[in-house]
Design a protein around this ligand. Sequence first.
Ligand SMILES: Cc1cc2nc3c(=O)[nH]c(=O)nc-3n(C[C@H](O)[C@H](O)[C@H](O)COP(=O)(O)OP(=O)(O)OC[C@H]3O[C@@H](n4cnc5c(N)ncnc54)[C@H](O)[C@@H]3O)c2cc1C
Length: 464
Amino acid sequence: MPIDEIIGEIVGAVVEGAVEVVGTGVSEVVAAVFDGGGGEKKPDTGEGLIVVGGSYAGAQIAASAREAGYTGRIRLVSAEAHTPYHRPPLSKAYLLGKAERESLPIRGAAFYDEEKVELLLSTPIVGADRANRTLTTAGGDTLKWDRLALATGARARTLADMPDKVLVLRDLADADRLRALAADARRVVVIGGGYIGLEAAASLSQLGKRVTVIEMQDRLLARAATPALANFVADAHRARGVELLFGARDVGFEHYHGVLSGVRASDSTGRAHTLPADLAVVGIGVHPNTELAAMLGLAVDDGIRVDEFARCIDAASGAPVPEIVAAGDCTRHPSRWNPAQGRGLRLESVQNATDQSKIAGATVAGAAAAKPYDAVPWFWSDQYDLKLQMVGLSGVPDTTVTRGNMASNRFSLFHFRAGVLVGVDSVNKPADHMLARRLLASRVPVTPEQAADANFDLRSTLPS
Ligand SMILES: Cc1cc2nc3c(=O)[nH]c(=O)nc-3n(C[C@H](O)[C@H](O)[C@H](O)COP(=O)(O)OP(=O)(O)OC[C@H]3O[C@@H](n4cnc5c(N)ncnc54)[C@H](O)[C@@H]3O)c2cc1C
C-alpha cells in the first residue's frame, strides 16, 4: 500500500476515534509512519531548519514549527529587505495612501526574538543541493540545513518590451514605485482584469486617474470568479468611470525615448486601439517560484507538488520527502475542493499560505499534523466601497441563487453543482461569508431554495 494511503488510513482512523492508541499521541503515530516514508530521513546535524521565503508562508512555517515543539535552529531567508509583510494592502489601502509601512509587518520584531527565528534578509537563494543538504546564496555563501521549507511564493508575470512607467505589482518595492508614479499620472491602463488589476484600477480611479482595464477574455475575473460576480464587478467599475475593453489581443506599448506614451491592443472584433497612457499596470497572473524545488529533484507541475501534509514529492520516485516541506503560492496540493481533482490545486491566497503552512510547520518539526490539509479556500478583495468575500471553489456552477439585494450592494451568491453547495460570493455581507465558511466546512446539505430565502435561518442547518 502506498505510504500516503497508510497515513490516510491511520490518521483517518485516529481522527474518527476508530482505533485506540494506548500511550502514544496522534502525532507520534503519524510521525512514525511519516519517518518510514518515501525517503529515509537523515539524522539532524544541528544545522536546523531553513525556511526560504519571507512572507505569509515563511513566517507561519517558522511559527508553527516552534508551536509543534521544534527546538532546533530556525533561519528564515528572504530575497526581500523587509521582514514578512502584508501584501493585500499594496493594491488597496497602501496604494490609496490610507495605510503606511508601519502597519504592514505580519509579525512584530518581538516574534523573531522570542521564537529564536534568525532573519537573513536581502539574501536570494540561487542554488540548492539535496544530497549535501545545502543552499547557495546570491552572494556565494553556503547554508547547510537538516530540514528545509520552501515558501518561495510567486512572481508577477510580465509582458515583452515593457518601457519605463509600466509596472507589475507584487511586492513593496513595486507598490512604492507605483505610488510615486501615480502621483503625476493622469491616464492609466491596467492590463489584466483579475483581482490585482481590478484593485489597482479601483484605487487609481479613486485617486482621480482616468483608468482603462484591458482584458484578454470576454469578461473580468475569468480565472477566479463566477460570471455572476464578474458581471456585478464590471458594472461597479463602469459606474465609477473605469472603461473596460474585453477580448484584447496583441497588447504592446508605445513609448517616447523609452518612456510609456500609450498601450496598443486590438479588441474582439480585431479593431486596433491605442490608448494614451502615462502609467500602465500589468496584472496578468503569476509564475510560482519552483526553481529551487527543481534543483532539489522535487516534483514540479506549475507549482511545487506537495502531499496533504505539505511534504514535497521526490520527482523520480513520486514518494514524499520527509525533510522538505513547501507551502503557499508556490505549491500544488491534493484537494477535494478542486473540481478537476487529478492535478491538485494551486491557490494564491493568504488563507492558503497561512493554513497550509500550519501543517507544513508541524510536519517539518517532526510532529505531523493530526489532520491532513483540507481547509475551505477563501479569499477577499476590496474595490471602492465593496468588500468581496469568496469561499469555496465555485468553478462553473449549474445553479446560482441570490440572497439579499444586488441593487443595494449587499448580497450573497450561493453557487451549486448537482444540488451541492460549492461556493458563496458575498458583497458587503461579512456575516454571510463567515456562515458560508461553516456551511462548506461541515458539508451540510443546503438547498438553493433555502439559500435564496432571506427569512430561512441557514444556521439551523449546521450541526449543533
Ligand atoms: C497586491 C496584492 C494584493 C493581494 N491581495 C490579496 C487579498 O486581498 N486576499 C488574499 O487572500 N490574497 C491576496 N494576495 C495574494 C497573497 O498576498 C499571496 O497569496 C500571499 O502573499 C502568498 O504568500 P506566500 O508566502 O506563499 O508567497 P509570497 O507572498 O509570494 O512570498 C514569497 C517570498 O519568498 C521570497 N523568495 C522567493 N524566492 C526566493 C529565493 N530563491 N530566495 C530567497 N527568497 C525568495 C520572495 O521574495 C517573497 O518574499 C495579494 C497579492 C498581491 C501581490
